[in-house]
Design a protein around this ligand. Structure first.
Ligand code: GTR
Length: 411
């Protein structure tokens, strides 16, 4: 997919700093009507709600109803997983509405030596069984995009791809540091295709509705919803400290993690790994992927209203730094990769920098340098940032920084 995206829009894609048109981003601390915000109260009661509503109705789309977990079931559990270091649990959450049913399964590893565990929660792209060699991890039967590299044929996940994504999930490091890891195959919540007859949206349609309304949820909102429902489950699980859960996501799933953190204040923090356009990167800075390109290739990710801004980024009343600001004062980590120019590392950095004024309002330390740091030199403040060497990916280096940063506020 990534290679495809590089060639798709080669003609228009800007990869040269000198070609980036000048742009202006709106101030998080000035309301749409021009009033300057100087207090936490005004931010929380006036500015934050108007920004949230804008992102909800113009960018990602509203979640029509707060559907509760109908039931949950422990499908499998083991007290001696990962060479005896961890408990493993696979928990299926089921949702019902309008005679339709949707289930998704959370794979959980919790360190044995810790009680009331803080957890990293994040989706995976190709099934829970790809994140580990552990033979006991169940293989999802949900729809998957055909992909030879992951042995997916007839849109079905297979055992041949067990463990194929271990390099993105530093499970041992996470467990050894005393954290739990929870992951979900994102296709179980909403299959990643331009088809609104399936996925969680389909449970909540009104009579004869076949597509979300222009201001209703696309797939990113659906995935964000799923993270919040996992949180509903964590609140019932005595072994998990629901007050210390960090939403994590890479790329499109990083976009979902950010939106989940903006919607749901129960998340203690958010990590956006290479989330790019429609995630951490500024939209008005037209470097790499743009709104027009993302909406054309993935028409189902954002709400229909977002298409108004195709090639008209300047008409957006917000930009992505204000999405980041919605997470304040909770810790937020934005990570880029040097070779991931499609995601615009500088646009991701500037977004974290421009969100920082809201963190400062709360007396928290945001990004306090104006220029991007050099590669592999993380800034581990409440707003954290790094750009590492290498490609669009999640690496051990990334996880080492996330753990170090989480230790500063979750311990
Ligand atoms: C790309 C897309 C990016 C990013 C990425 C991914 O094709 O253009 O916005 O989301 O996919 O999720 O891997």
């Amino acid at each position: 997919l990534f290679l495809f995206s590089m060639s798709f829009s080669k003609a228009q894609t800007i990869y040269n700093e000198s070609e980036v048109p000048s742009f202006e981003v709106p101030d998080p601390l000035v309301t749409f009507k021009g009033k300057t915000i100087g207090t936490i109260g005004d931010w929380e009661n006036v500015r934050r709600p108007e920004l949230h509503t804008y992102f909800e109705t113009k960018v990602y789309g509203k979640i029509p109803k707060n559907l509760k977990i109908d039931s949950y079931k422990i499908l499998e559990q083991e007290d001696n997983a990962l060479n005896g270091k961890a408990n493993r649990r696979q928990v299926e959450l089921t949702f019902k509405h309008n005679d339709k049913v949707l289930s998704f399964t959370i794979l959980l590893y919790l360190p044995k030596k810790v009680e009331n565990t803080a957890v990293f929660l994040g989706y995976n792209f190709y099934g829970n069984h790809t994140i580990t060699e552990d033979e006991s991890v169940l293989i999802s039967t949900a729809w998957a995009d055909n992909n030879e590299g992951f042995d997916i044929v007839n849109n079905t996940l297979t055992a041949a791809s067990r463990g194929k994504r271990t390099h993105r999930w530093a499970i041992e490091k996470i467990i050894d540091a005393g954290y739990g890891l929870a992951t979900i195959y994102y296709g179980e919540v909403d299959p990643d295709k331009d088809d609104f007859s399936d996925g969680i949206q389909s449970l909540l349609y009104s009579k004869n509705q076949k597509h979300p309304k222009a201001d209703e949820w696309g797939s990113i909102s659906a995935w964000a919803w799923g993270l919040s429902k996992a949180m509903d489950y964590f609140e019932k699980d005595p072994e998990i400290d629901a007050a210390r859960v960090i939403a994590f996501g890479h790329s499109r799933l990083g976009k979902a993690a950010l939106w989940a953190g903006a919607n749901d204040k129960r998340f203690a923090g958010v990590i956006s790994n290479n989330s790019g356009c429609g995630g951490a990167a500024l939209s008005k800075r037209k470097f790499g992927e743009t709104i027009g390109v993302i909406n054309e290739r993935f028409p189902h990710w954002f709400c229909t209203n977002f298409k108004e801004f195709n090639n008209k980024e300047e008409t957006l009343a917000v930009d992505q730094h204000q999405l980041l600001a919605l997470i304040a004062p909770r810790p937020l980590y934005i990570a880029s990769a040097e070779e991931d120019r499609w995601a615009d590392p500088k646009g991701e950095f500037l977004s974290a920098l421009y969100a920082s004024s809201v963190y400062e309002l709360y007396g928290k330390k945001g990004i306090n340098i104006m220029d991007m740091p050099v590669v592999n030199s993380p800034i581990l403040n409440t707003v954290a940032y790094h750009i590492r060497t290498g490609k669009h990916d999640v690496t051990d280096y990334d996880w080492e920084q996330y753990i170090k940063w989480a230790d500063t506020f979750l311990r």
